[in-house]
Write a protein that binds this ligand. Structure first.
Ligand SMILES: N[C@@H](CCC(=O)N[C@@H](CS)C(=O)NCC(=O)O)C(=O)O
Length: 214
C-alpha cells in the first residue's frame, strides 16, 4: 500500500496522484498542506525536511519532489507504459519533464500567483500579458514537437506527458489569449480521456482554487 501526503488541490500533488492512478497500485492519500496543515510537525519533517507536499511512502522508501515521485512510480510499477526500459527512449520523456520544470513552469507560476492568487483590483495585467507571451512561446515549441508524434516521448503516453499536462489544465482555466496550437490541443484532448487525469487533475475549480474571479 502506497501512502501519499498532500492536498488534492496542489498541482504537485496532482502530478504525483496522476502517476499513482496510471500505475493502479493500491494507495491512501492523506490530506496535508494548505488548509489541512500538518507540515510543521516533527513527524512530517522526518518525511520531508522541506515541509512540502507531495510525499510518497512505499514500504521503507520515502520520496518527495513531485517529478522524483513520478519517476519512482514509473520505474517501479510502470515499466513498458510510463517508463521505457530503453535509456535513450526514456530520455525523450525525461527531456519534457525537465523542460516543464525549467522553462514552462517559470512563466506559468507568475501567471498563477499574479492572477489566480491576487485579487482582481491588485493584478498587474501588463505583467500577466508579458508572462503569458513568454509561456505561449514555449507552448508553440511544444505544438511543433507534437506535430510529428501523438505523445511527448513518441507513440504512447509516458511519464513525460504528466507534468506539462497537469500545468495546462490550470493554464487553460485562466483563459489567457493563445494562438492556434492544433497539435497541442489534440494531444491535450487525448490526455483528457485518461481516467487518472480526470480523477486527479481535472477537478472542479472551487475545490482546486477556492474560486476564480475575472
Ligand atoms: N518542487 C516541489 C514543490 C513542492 C511544493 O512547493 N509544494 C507546495 C504545494 S504545490 C506546498 O507544499 N506548499 C505548502 C502547503 O501546501 O501548505 C515538488 O515538485 O514537489
Amino acid at each position: 500500500m502506497l501512502t501519499i501526503w498532500g492536498r488534492r488541490n496542489s498541482i504537485n500533488v496532482q502530478k504525483a496522484m496522476w502517476a499513482v492512478g496510471e500505475v493502479g497500485v493500491p494507495h491512501e492519500r492523506i490530506d496535508a498542506g494548505g488548509e489541512f496543515g500538518g507540515l510543521d510537525t516533527p513527524e512530517f519533517a522526518a518525511l520531508n525536511p522541506n515541509r512540502r507536499v507531495p510525499v510518497l511512502r512505499d514500504g521503507d522508501t520515502v520520496v518527495w519532489e513531485s517529478n522524483a515521485i513520478i519517476r519512482y512510480l514509473a520505474a517501479k510499477y510502470g515499466a513498458g507504459t510510463l517508463w521505457n526500459p530503453d535509456p535513450g527512449a526514456r530520455a525523450q520523456a525525461d527531456i519534457w519533464m525537465a523542460w516543464t520544470q525549467t522553462m514552462a513552469y517559470r512563466e506559468f507560476i507568475d501567471l498563477f500567483w499574479g492572477f489566480v492568487r491576487t485579487p482582481p483590483e491588485q493584478r498587474d495585467m501588463d505583467a500577466m500579458r508579458a508572462a503569458n507571451g513568454r509561456l505561449v512561446k514555449h507552448l508553440e515549441l511544444l505544438d511543433r514537437h507534437l506535430g510529428g508524434q501523438p505523445y511527448l516521448a513518441g507513440e504512447t503516453f509516458t511519464m513525460g506527458d504528466i507534468p506539462v499536462g497537469a500545468l495546462l489544465y490550470r493554464y487553460f482555466a485562466m483563459e489567457f489569449d493563445y494562438p492556434s496550437l492544433p497539435n497541442l490541443i489534440a494531444w491535450y484532448a487525448r490526455l483528457g480521456e485518461r481516467p487518472a487525469y480526470q480523477a486527479h487533475v481535472a477537478i472542479p475549480f472551487p475545490e482546486m482554487w477556492g474560486r476564480l474571479e475575472y
